[in-house]
Design a protein around this ligand. Structure first.
Ligand code: CO
Ligand code: ZN
Length: 339
């Protein structure tokens, strides 16, 4: 049934290698546009940098317009200055977690590498103002000759394979969703509904790309594709039901949206029709692009399909490829639904 040569794993691993900090998503968009252009009916970018790929319905004018959104951007550290010894001072773009940043290698879009340290002579836990990036410079001038104020570093760790099915890497949030969406666009055929795949920008600073794209697209149905946190590691707080390897997670609620029963129930029906395992997701913090799509214009019935991911917003975001593959199959069935 699926005649594409691009496996979910290959798409994901390629996407994980591309630099794409929040607000600097161009390289990710360019790679996706090259991949998708031969396989979709229309492809374009908008003012916010969203990449929008459209696969038309089999019968023109029939069916509904389903907008999917997966964000290309990845949290990072933005250079605000360098000190006289050449250490870069930074602020966060998106929800960078300080205790998960210490000791991490980072890389800038231009290829400059660095490592994250923190001032040691402080009392209490370090805050962002105590962090610095060491790029091997000795003076402020040398540092600012190699990187500019405003440049953004992201975690540089290479993907690590854990056992047969699991991969740990920075930027799973949300290249996992981008890989899912690309795979669906490559594999959907003779669909009764129009599929509008939005690869969105600036999700990590407040769903900004998706907000604009939803206005333009005017969808009948909205679906975000994103990672979600899990409750399946030792001592995790808060306790949550989501686990790796238990199938894609159908979101009930997070802090940005309560999923429309129209979308939620169609996802459950799609899973049941294809005997795909799934889990129900209640996330007590965070949100996805669904929060922006559902409030667009006069409102859009919206929901989220999530991939359970450990250590979200760290350099070792870990997911299970079986959840990705089952998520792709669920979505292929979902897009054939009647809404
Ligand atoms: Co995130
Ligand atoms: Zn995300």
């Amino acid at each position: 049934m699926h005649n594409s040569n691009h496996s979910m794993r290959d798409i994901l691993l390629s996407l994980l290698q591309i630099h794409g900090a929040t607000g600097r998503e161009e390289a990710v968009a360019a790679w996706l546009a090259d991949l998708l252009r031969p396989h979709v009916d229309e492809i374009s970018t908008d003012v916010m940098g969203n990449l929008i790929a459209i696969k038309k319905a089999k019968k023109a004018g029939a069916g509904k317009r389903i907008m999917f959104s997966a964000h290309m951007d990845h949290i990072g550290l933005l250079v605000i200055d360098a000190d006289e010894k050449g250490f870069l001072r930074v602020c966060s773009v998106g929800g960078v977690r300080i205790n998960r940043s210490l000791g991490q290698p980072v890389v800038f879009a231009g290829g400059v590498s660095g490592v994250i340290g923190a001032e040691e002579d402080i009392t209490g836990d370090p805050e962002m103002r105590h962090l610095y990036i060491d790029i091997g410079a000795s003076t402020r001038e040398e540092a600012l000759a190699r990187v500019s104020i405003g440049d953004v570093a992201v975690y540089a760790a290479a993907p690590v394979t854990l056992g047969e099915h699991r991969i740990a890497a920075p930027a799973m949030d949300d290249r996992a969703g981008c890989a899912l969406l690309a795979w669906v666009l490559l594999n959907a055929k003779d669909c009764p509904n129009e599929i509008v795949g939005v690869f969105s920008t600036q999700e990590e600073v407040g769903l900004r790309g998706a907000k604009v794209a939803a206005y333009t697209v005017e969808p009948d149905i909205g679906v975000a594709l994103d990672v979600t946190a899990t409750g399946d590691v030792p001592g995790v707080k808060p306790k949550m039901a989501m686990e790796l390897g238990k199938g894609p997670a159908i979101k009930i609620m997070d802090r940005a949206s309560i999923s429309s029963p129209v979308v939620r129930d169609a996802m459950i029906a799609a899973a049941k029709a294809k005997n795909i395992p799934y889990q129900l997701e209640v996330l007590t913090f965070g949100g996805t692009d669904a929060g922006a799509i559902q409030l667009s214009r006069a409102g859009v019935p919206s929901g989220t399909l999530s991939i359970a991911t450990r250590y979200v917003h760290s350099a070792i975001e870990t997911l299970d490829m079986r959840d990705m593959e089952q998520g792709g199959e669920l979505l292929l069935e979902f897009v054939n639904g009647e809404f």
